[in-house]
Every structure is written in C-alpha cells, then in structure tokens.
Design a protein around this ligand. Structure first.
Ligand SMILES: Cc1cc2nc3c(=O)[nH]c(=O)nc-3n(C[C@H](O)[C@H](O)[C@H](O)COP(=O)(O)OP(=O)(O)OC[C@H]3O[C@@H](n4cnc5c(N)ncnc54)[C@H](O)[C@@H]3O)c2cc1C
Ligand SMILES: NC(=O)C1=CN([C@@H]2O[C@H](COP(=O)(O)OP(=O)(O)OC[C@H]3O[C@@H](n4cnc5c(N)ncnc54)[C@H](OP(=O)(O)O)[C@@H]3O)[C@@H](O)[C@H]2O)C=CC1
Length: 655
C-alpha cells in the first residue's frame, strides 16, 4: 500500500476537486478523433507537411540496391530507430545472424527513428544521456552533455549502425505494406515500397524472412487538431516533427532562426516538444503567441557539460554501469528504492514518487479491486503527489513576474497524467514583452482564418503557425496497427482481427500465438520504463534469448520455428489483467495521449472492459517484470514456447 505523507486533508480535497474540474473541462466526445493524422489529410498542402524534409534523395538513389528480390533473409526488421538497431545488434552478438543476414527497412531517410524525424531547435533527450544513449560501454562514446542534443543522438544511431556493420543493411524511404506467414514455406513474406523522391518512381519489393521484428515505435505519426478554417490560412504552417528551417532560417546544427526576426509566430501546444521549441523561437520571433490548452509541468533541467576526466570515475566506473544506473533510476521512478539507497542520477524524475501511479510499482502487489480500496489508493497517490505538484506550481510563481500569466501557467493535474518536462528558460520567457501566452482555458483555438488564429473570438494575426500537437497513438490496436501494416499469420489470420476479438494476447508482451517467429516491441503486457532505451534493450535481449535458445533446441542446420502456445499467452494475459486495477488512479486524468484523449474511459461493456484490462502494462514496475523474466529463464524449459524445426517440405519449397 502507498504510504501517505501527512498533507492537509482539506487542501488535498480542494486540489482533487480542481483536478477533476480541469479534466472535465478538457474532455471531448470525439476523443482522439479531434486530431487529423497529417499523412491522411485530404488537402495536399496538409498532407505534404508529413513529407520527409531530410532525405538526401540524390545520394540514396545512387546507392546500389541492398535487396535481392524474393531472397530469404534470416531477419527482417521494420524500423531503424534504436529499437530495430538494438535487436539487430543482439542477433549479431548472440551469433544467430551476421549483419549480412539482416535487412532493416524504415520510412525515414536514415537511422535514428524519432531522432531522424525530429530535428526541431531545442530538442534534447529528457533523461540523463548517460543512461539514455544505448551501448555507451560497447562504443566507448561519452555524451557531450548531461542531456544530449537531438543531432548527437541521431549521430549515435549512425555510430552504432556503423560499428555493427549495419550501415548498408538498411533500406530507407521505404514503407512496409504487408507481412504474411506462408504456411508452405514456413517463412514470412514481406512486401514493401521504396520511395525514391519526387523525381523517380517508387519500387515495389518482396523478400522472405525467417524472423520478423516490428520495431515501429509509438510517436511517429504527426497530427494536428481539426481546427475549423485551418486549410484557409495563407501564411506558413508546419509541424515540429518536420521542422521547416527554410521558413525559420538556421539548421539543426546552427539554431539561429534568423528568418523569424520579422515574423509573428504562433506555436500551438505546450507539452514536451513545445517546451524545447518555444524558448528558441522566442529568442528570434518578432512576436510569439503561445497557444495553450493545458499547461505542461516544467521542472528544472540543470544542463551540464560532461566532465570527460571524471566520467570513468563518477559514472562509467565498472562494467555494467549503464544497466545498473538505469535500474537505480527506475527504482526511484517506481517508488521502490530501498531505504538509504543512493540516488545515482538524482534528477527531476527521481523526486516524484506519485508518478509510479503510471509506471507501476512493486510496493503494491496485486491490488484488491474493490471500489473502496481503489478510492483509498487514489487518495493515497494524490497525497503522495501533492508536495511535488505544489512545488511545481510554486516554481511558476517564482519564474513568471506577471501574477495573472503565472496563474495560467500552473498545471492542475497529478504528475502521472503527463510526461514531465524540463527547462530552465521556458517559464522565464513569458517575462519578455514580445512573448504572449494565449490561454484557451482547455478549449484550443476556435478557428483559423486566412491571416489569424482565433481564441475566444479574439483574432491574433500571425505569419507562421507551428503545430506542436503530438502524434497519433494507437492505444488499443494490435502491434500491426502501429505500423499501418497488414500482418497475417497462420491460415491467413489477421493480427488486427485477433486483437479486436480477444484483446492483447502475448507472452511477456512481445510475441503471439498463430504468428510464429514474429516479435514486436511495445509496453502492452510488457513493461514501461520511463527510459525507452532501457526497455528497447531489454526487449531486444529477451527476444534474442528466445530465438537463440530455439535454434539450439532444433540443432544446427535446421530452421527454428518459435511460437508461444495459446495457453501460455492466455496465462500471461490473465496475470496482466489481474493487475490492471492498479492503474485506476489514471482514470481521472486530464485527457492526453496517455489515456487516448479519453477514448474508452467510459467503457462499461464487460467484454470490452476485459479486453482493455488485458492491454495494460505489468503493474508491479520494471524491476519486478525483469525478475519475472529472469525466473522464467532460470526455470530453463522455455515454458510456454513451442519450438519445432521447419518441416522438410518447407525447406524444399524454399529451395
Ligand atoms: C521528440 C521526441 C523526443 C523523445 N525523447 C525521449 C527521451 O528523451 N527519452 C525517452 O526515453 N524517450 C524519448 N522519446 C521516445 C522515443 O520515441 C524513444 O525513446 C525511442 O527513440 C523509440 O525508438 P523506436 O525504435 O522504438 O521507435 P522510433 O524511433 O519511433 O522508430 C520507429 C521507426 O519505424 C518506422 N516505421 C513505422 N512504421 C513503418 C512502416 N510501416 N514501414 C517502414 N517504417 C516504419 C518509423 O518511420 C520510425 O523511423 C522521444 C520521442 C519524441 C517524439
Ligand atoms: N526528450 C524530450 O524532451 C521530449 C520528449 N518527447 C516525447 O514525445 C511525447 C509527445 O510530446 P509532444 O510532441 O509534445 O506531444 P503531446 O501529445 O505530448 O502534446 C501535444 C500538445 O498539443 C496540445 N494540443 C492538442 N490539441 C490542441 C488544440 N486544439 N489547441 C491547443 N493545443 C492543443 C496539447 O494540449 P492538451 O494537453 O490540452 O491536449 C499538448 O500540449 C512526449 O510525451 C515525450 O514522451 C517529446 C518532445 C521532447
């Protein structure tokens, strides 16, 4: 049970009432349908805002093709972000495959995923880079700062691709369309379309693969709110995930946005991306209008240059330091640090125990789902969180001189409703005379005209509108829905249909019955770590373990078919669902992508509810989940996996 700190009960009640009112104000019947995914817009102008601004088509078109049509590859990886890279590297290191046996495909024009697409000014990782950048021990790379800039992280993705000889094993600008299991050959057939830029025709490809990994990420599909009149705006518009340096001036390397000096700019959105963008835009724009629907909670960043002299003493002090650091940080995040445990990172993530309402915690075990108990727990979480959020709100008052503006910048929701943000300059920017907070009181702008953005019938004339309004996130869909890909398994069964019928059904979150040798990343039925790299590395290691153990079992010269049994996935799903009541405190959250903008909050149909409960993450926190997997491995029988060699007939079909 959560230990409740002593807070004034009346104050707690008043704050909770305010939280509930603010959340209600923001609920919209259309839920996540209030947004338009840019790539699906009817208007060409909006649709083109999702185009890749970074791909070097000329040099990519000049490269020899790395795809042999219809060839059989050992592993096919959808996504060349850190998830896809880590899996490929673990396969290579375990001896399951050489780099040459692997092909990665990404819609992006290069490695990095998130860090390829997002190049906006002010972009940094929001976690300490020493535990966010993967494979620092193996590459010997030392991040320049405590929080690395976006370009440094992208270059790190290129560095690790090069070190493991994957640079010329990835096909870029390429969209995977279908991934289908062939019952005869017992292989996956993958169809994908390689874009070649505006002046060359796309090429369709087909290959076959023994193993497939869907590493599609979550935050890849930029969206804008469906604000009436958006298409009539005659000025410039773009989305932060496709920053347009032609309009602003500067580049990712030189963030002097000189072309904004004579421009009136509106930034719509005030969450993690906007908190990075706004201080840089505010430095250059003639006038800046920050269009706020819900204030972010902003904590100090405390950026520091890495001391390379002491890095190997203070941080990288022994083999395995990075994983130790990640686990140490995670135990604070899940409110489960041992009394007296040293806080190695000591950042703004480790001083908000209430965030464990979202991250899970081992301190609770399986939660009694009675309404009285859930209400007691929610109260306890609010009490745990209150001192933190009070400090966050007090910080606004200290930073912002105008009391009215400060009041509007205060966040009224518990910490677990949104990802925290970190900045030492964002709040202070509102003291500048050319920076205007346009608070929409939870509503958003009412319309856009040819020259202006309109809030509460007041028109703000602007030259540029920058949308910092996030990404389309599929919360309940199958791993295929996140990739916009059709995945069909044994006997033509569709992965989407399986999820629609029974809800999530996996072993440990990463493979499902009827889809042999297919693996996917994600948090559903797995674990959420706060540090996505920690999670992606863990998934890559775990899947590789299953594959390499399967290969050992079938013996040399045979092709392994690794599949979870239906009983095992049902057993895991039941364990996850049993723990779902833990997350009841999240139900009252202000809408956001964490709760699908309220989609399905009021689901009462028991069958539908049951499906949703199966889809949550392991509620007892990451360290507990790692123990679950550790115990599963120790048991030694690969319990729940059916591992067989491919049939002789299947071999012949391939030959
Ligand atoms: C701006 C921003 C900052 C972030 N900062 C942090 C941070 O500081 N700390 C943190 O822990 N997390 C952060 N994240 C989350 C971040 O997404 C993860 O940390 C991590 O980089 C995800 O890696 P991934 O490989 O799983 O997915 P991604 O990096 O998203 O890569 C997936 C790739 O799959 C490709 N893809 C998807 N579908 C298809 C298809 N059908 N065909 C071909 N290609 C496809 C996409 O183009 C994409 O390039 C941030 C996210 C954003 C948007
Ligand atoms: N390393 C880092 O520092 C960063 C990490 N990230 C990661 O990416 C995730 C996504 O972040 P982000 O890109 O900021 O997207 P989010 O989805 O978190 O935020 C979208 C923003 O747009 C606002 N918005 C939506 N519709 C409207 C509207 N009609 N009018 C006005 N405002 C509107 C939202 O307000 P409302 O809250 O009211 O919905 C919110 O402020 C983060 O949670 C984090 O995981 C992103 C950037 C930086």
């Amino acid at each position: 049970m959560v230990t409740t700190p002593s807070v004034d009960p009346q104050k707690l009640q008043a704050v909770r009432k305010r939280y509930a009112e603010e959340a209600k104000k923001r609920q919209r019947p259309e839920g996540s349908a209030q947004f338009l995914q840019l790539s699906q817009a009817h208007e060409e102008r909006l649709r083109s805002l999702s185009d890749d601004p970074w791909a070097d088509h000329k040099s990519l078109n000049a490269k020899p093709s790395i795809i042999r049509e219809n060839a059989v590859y050992k592993a096919f990886v959808l996504g060349a972000g850190f998830g896809g890279l880590l899996f490929s590297i673990r396969l290579i290191e375990s001896g399951v495959a050489t780099a040459n046996d692997i092909r990665l495909v990404d819609a992006a024009g290069g490695f990095g995923g998130t860090w390829y697409w997002n190049r906006y000014p002010g972009l940094h990782c929001d976690l300490e880079s020493y535990m966010y950048l993967p494979l620092l021990e193996e590459t010997g790379y030392i991040p320049k700062h405590k929080y690395s800039a976006g370009s440094e992280i992208r270059q790190h993705a290129e560095r690790i691709a090069s070190k493991w000889n994957l640079t010329d094993k990835a096909l870029f600008r390429t969209t995977v369309k279908t991934v289908s299991w062939d019952d005869d050959t017992e292989l996956w057939t993958v169809n994908f379309v390689e874009g070649r830029g505006p002046s060359a025709a796309p090429i369709e490809h087909q290959i076959r693969a023994q193993y497939v990994y869907l590493a599609a990420g979550v935050l890849t599909r930029p969206q804008v709110p469906r604000i009436p009149g958006l298409h009539t705006f005659s000025g410039e518009i773009f989305h932060t995930a496709r920053w347009n340096y032609d309009i602003t001036g500067g580049s990712q390397e030189d963030q002097t946005l000189s072309k904004l000096r004579d421009k009136r700019v509106a930034v719509v959105g005030t969450a993690a991306t906007a908190i990075g963008v706004i201080p840089v835009v505010g430095k250059y724009a003639k006038e800046l209008y920050v269009i706020q629907r819900t204030p972010a909670y902003v904590k100090p960043r405390n950026q520091q240059v890495t001391n390379k002299e002491t890095f190997h003493i203070d941080v990288a002090y022994k083999k395995g330091w990075q994983f130790e650091r990640q686990c140490n940080w995670n135990s604070f995040l899940t409110n489960s640090a041992e009394p007296g445990q040293k806080n190695l990172v000591g950042d703004g993530w480790t001083d908000m125990p209430g965030y464990s309402a979202m991250m899970g915690s081992p301190s609770h075990g399986v939660v009694d789902p009675s309404p009285e108990n859930l209400e007691r727990r929610t109260t306890a979480f609010h009490a745990l969180d209150l001192p933190h959020m009070e400090a966050v709100r007090a910080r606004v008052e200290q930073a912002v001189k105008d009391p009215e503006t400060a009041e509007k910048l205060k966040p009224w929701y518990p910490s677990w409703c949104k990802r925290p943000t970190f900045s030492d300059t964002y709040l202070e920017l509102f003291n500048e005379p050319h920076v205007h907070l346009v608070d929409t009181d939870g509503k958003g702008p009412s319309r856009i005209t040819e020259r202006s953005i309109v809030v509460s019938e007041k028109e703000y004339e602007v030259d540029v509108i920058i949308f910092s309004t996030g990404f389309q996130v599929a919360r309940v869909g199958s791993p295929a829905s996140r990739t916009n890909t059709t995945v069909t398994g044994r006997k033509g069964q569709s992965l989407d249909e399986k999820w629609a019928k029974v809800g999530a059904a996996t072993l440990h979150g990463y493979l499902t019955n009827g889809f042999p040798n297919l693996f996917f990343s994600g948090t559903s039925q797995g674990t959420i770590t706060g540090n996505n790299i920690m999670m992606l590395n863990f998934i890559a290691n775990h899947i590789t373990y299953m594959i390499s153990s399967g290969e050992k079992r079938v013996g040399k010269g045979k092709r392994a078919i690794v599949e979870v049994t239906r009983e095992a996935e049902e057993a895991h799903s039941a364990q996850v669902a049993k723990r779902a009541p833990y997350f009841s405190s999240v139900a009252g959250c202000t809408p956001g992508y964490f709760n699908g903008y309220g989609d399905g909050v009021d689901v009462t149909d028991p069958e539908e509810k049951g499906k949703r409960e199966r889809g949550v993450v392991w509620s007892e926190g990451t360290i507990s989940f790692l123990k679950l997997i550790g115990d599963w491995k120790k048991e030694g029988s690969l319990k729940g996996l059916k591992i067989l060699p491919a049939r002789e007939l299947a071999y012949r079909a391939v030959l």
